[in-house]
Design a protein. Structure first.
Length: 315
């Protein structure tokens, strides 16, 4: 029996609207415990954002002497709130987008002038040029936003280009320093917190598969397969990627490099176990529906794997 190709859950993939609606419904059904768990997971990130915003404002206002450095704390918070493994790349895109947007805004204003129609033309043209240069959303957004600022304020304000660019640099640098040097997330704790819910859910479904095998219940096996397919490993993968970033850069976390190797191997095994569990569920359902024999040892193996997953999750 060959490996079942991975099938994303309904509402994912190209159906972005369906995926978003599914996420909204899942959020609405979240229990108080789940909401509190999300708060605990996000507590340090919230502190990071607050510190980064304050420091970015102070650097831009008091050291660079920008009287209204709104963009600096915004970029700092955006850098921290972005995907952990994409912070450097996202920050560079933000800064590059600001620079390109300012240059395009200045050029286009000098060509078409100001006005309601001209603002629309400038923003549309800037976004078209941005897409030609890169299809990254962060870059395109910043190009359009910076061109809009220039189109609205120029020539009433001729001194906004350089301060806005410096704000972007300050915010990005401060955000990265706070996130990976000053107040870095503990890499091992982050992986453990991301993996525990996945392991617990996988263990519960493996117990259901054992029940389905003993009772020869194809419908129960199908339900287990559907639930296993819906389990998402992206949070574990993001935690691993973020942990690599932190231990590579943060002096406070360099000592975690050797421990991270073992956790990286464990995360790979966790994801493989989930894929194999889907295989077991699929083949079990087919065997029951086709009236093929199902050995009792299959149920025992599923129970053992479930217990192993719970034990690892508690570690």
């Amino acid at each position: 029996m060959g490996r079942e190709p991975f099938r994303p859950p309904r509402g994912s993939g190209n159906d972005q609207v369906g995926a978003a609606w599914t996420a909204i419904r899942r959020t609405g059904r979240a229990t108080v415990g789940e909401r509190l768990r999300r708060v605990r997971l996000s507590l340090l990130v919230a502190v990071q954002c607050g510190v980064a915003a304050a420091v970015a404002w102070w650097v831009a206002k008091d050291l660079i002497h920008n009287p209204q450095p709104l963009f600096a704390p915004a970029v700092a918070v955006g850098t921290i709130a972005s995907s952990v493994s994409q912070r450097f790349r996202r920050t560079l895109l933000l800064i590059a987008g600001v620079a390109v947007g300012i240059a395009l805004g200045d050029l286009l204003v000098s060509w078409v002038g100001q006005g309601y129609v001209q603002i629309g033309v400038i923003v549309a043209a800037a976004i078209i040029v941005a897409v030609l240069l890169s299809d990254e959303g962060a870059f395109v957004t910043q190009v359009g936003g910076s061109a809009l600022v220039i189109a609205v304020l120029f020539p009433a304000r001729t001194d906004i280009a350089l301060p806005r660019f410096l704000d972007g640099v300050v915010g990005g640098v401060v955000g990265i320093l706070v996130a990976v040097v000053v107040l870095p997330l503990h890499p091992i704790h982050r992986i453990r917190r991301a993996g525990r819910p996945l392991l617990d859910q996988m263990a519960a479904e493996l117990d259901r598969l054992a029940d389905a095998a003993l009772a020869r219940d194809a419908e129960l096996a199908r339900q287990g397969l559907d639930r296993l397919r819906r389990l998402d490993t992206s949070e574990v993968e993001a935690a691993m990627s973020g942990a690599d970033e932190v231990v590579r850069i943060s002096p406070l976390r360099w000592h975690n490099q050797s421990a991270l190797q073992g956790w990286r191997h464990g995360a790979i095994l966790m994801i493989r176990s989930l894929l194999h569990s889907r295989d077991v569920a699929l083949n079990l359902e087919r065997a029951i529906r086709d009236d093929e024999p199902v050995p009792r040892s299959l149920a025992e193996a599923a129970r053992c794997l479930a217990e192993a997953a719970r034990t690892v999750g508690k570690g």
